[in-house]
Ligand binder design. Structure first.
Ligand code: CTP
Length: 405
């Protein structure tokens, strides 16, 4: 399966901020995702990191001069502008942002941006007073009007010792934005409701019944749907994960809370993805105080929870345009047989089954080996992939099946 940025040409425009050093790792990550990366550095950027670093990382000449006599590209701003699918300007200083806002072409990066039809993502990084100054804010508004995506800087302690907004965002957020900008919007106009993570069923103020779900598969499904242009609502049990940018996050704890949140959004969802590991049982009683040990055994009566997916399957055909239902199942044997049975019983359109006995698949790991079954009898076996790749492949199948209807 092709890496997510295969055949994409990305130009990194690096400007003069101490945060420039972080972009060395970013370049590496883009390459791992299959992108061809070229780098342009402004004069001030070269004071923070040497061009040699980026030349060694990319294997390509690092550009900077407007008129590169003797270089293989005589008019670099035109050739780089034409050949780039996306220009990532990071870190973007107040100076560069002002330059771009005013359409100046007095350095190579600004000239490329003016001459290019590529997608442009700008990651401001500067002292927070400079960032909050009305002039910078006005310039950022202009960039947004031109159709550039300006990522919100993070707040925190900065190299200058002050605190406030002005730090580069975390790479995973920038990477999400890069992938989203280069992904066709096959789910535009659709609302996708994703459930993810475990549920916790408390029996006293400090203890609960839980499970080992990390939420990674559900979060990957939400992130990929967002990149495909959907409105994404993520109903999530307790996880340590950062929600993907741009999704509406609803935090729940118990299966009953998940049931309520999902049902109240049933009418707006075009597609429902039930990746959550919902507890099938809850303690019949919740003790108001912490249960004390007495040295004796205790037993904990359990009550069955509502099967949310089953319920969705029962009511979906009441809607004039039924939502698409995608379930997940963790199995240890007879994967396909049990998967088919669940698909039929719960009236699903798809079910993604994974083998929980494999060490590299399922709970709490970053990879998965999934078999996707559809209600027409189709069966696709994916190889061992990251959960992010698995999510993309599942959406590819769903989108192309929808298109061929
Ligand atoms: N599910 C749900 N509500 C529940 C239990 C499960 O919505 N109370 C959903 C899960 O989100 C998942 C699918 O149902 O999409 C899993 O089906 P399930 O029959 O629970 O499979 P297993 O958890 O593998 O359970 P078992 O094999 O024990 O029946």
């Amino acid at each position: 399966m092709a890496p997510v940025l295969e055949n994409k040409n990305i130009l990194c425009g690096i400007t003069g901020s101490i945060a420039a050093y972080k972009v060395c790792d970013w370049v590496r990550s883009l390459q791992r995702d299959g992108a061809e990366v070229r780098v342009v550095m402004t004069k001030s950027a070269r004071k923070f990191v040497t061009p040699l670093t980026f030349a060694a990382l990319t294997g390509n000449t690092v550009h900077g001069a407007m008129f590169a006599v003797g270089d293989e590209e005589q008019i670099p701003h035109i050739s780089l502008a034409r050949s780039s699918d996306l220009i990532l300007i990071a870190p973007a200083t107040a100076q560069t942002i002002a330059r771009l806002a005013h359409g100046l072409a007095d350095d190579l990066l600004a000239a490329i941006v003016l001459a290019s039809e590529a997608k442009i993502i700008v990651c401001p990084a500067m002292n927070s007073r400079m960032f909050l100054h009305a002039a910078t804010q006005e310039n950022i508004r202009k960039l947004q009007e031109y159709g550039y995506l300006v990522l919100e800087p993070e707040s925190g302690m900065m190299a200058c010792g002050e605190e406030g907004p002005g730090r580069l965002p975390e790479w995973h957020q920038v990477r999400d934005a890069v992938i989203a900008a280069l992904t066709p919007k096959d789910l535009a106009g659709k609302t996708v409701l994703v459930t993810a993570g475990p549920t916790e069923e408390p029996f006293d103020p400090v203890r609960f019944l839980g499970n080992r779900s990390s939420g990674k598969m559900g979060y990957a499904m939400a992130a990929a749907a967002r990149q495909l242009g959907a409105r994404v609502i993520l109903v999530s049990g307790p996880t340590g994960l950062v929600p993907p940018a741009g999704v509406e996050l609803i935090k729940i704890r118990t299966a009953a809370e998940m049931y309520r949140e999902v049902m109240s959004r049933f009418d707006v969802a075009d597609i429902i993805v039930k990746a959550a590991a919902v507890s099938d049982f809850r303690p019949a009683e919740l003790s108001a105080g912490k249960i004390k040990k007495t040295g004796q055994d205790i037993s904990l009566p359990l009550t069955a929870n509502q099967d949310i997916l089953q319920k969705l399957g029962e009511i979906k055909d009441q809607r004039p345009k039924p939502p698409l239902l995608i379930g997940f199942a963790a199995e240890s044997d007879n994967l396909v047989e049990y998967g088919r049975e669940k698909l039929r019983k719960k009236n699903l359109d798809y079910i993604a089954i994974n083998d929980i006995t494999a060490a590299d698949s399922g709970f709490a790991v970053d990879t998965n080996r999934v078999i996707l079954l559809d209600r027409q009898g189709g069966q696709t076996e994916f190889p061992l992939l990251s959960k992010e790749e698995t999510a993309r492949e599942i959406w590819n199948r769903v989108v192309s099946a929808d298109r061929s209807k």
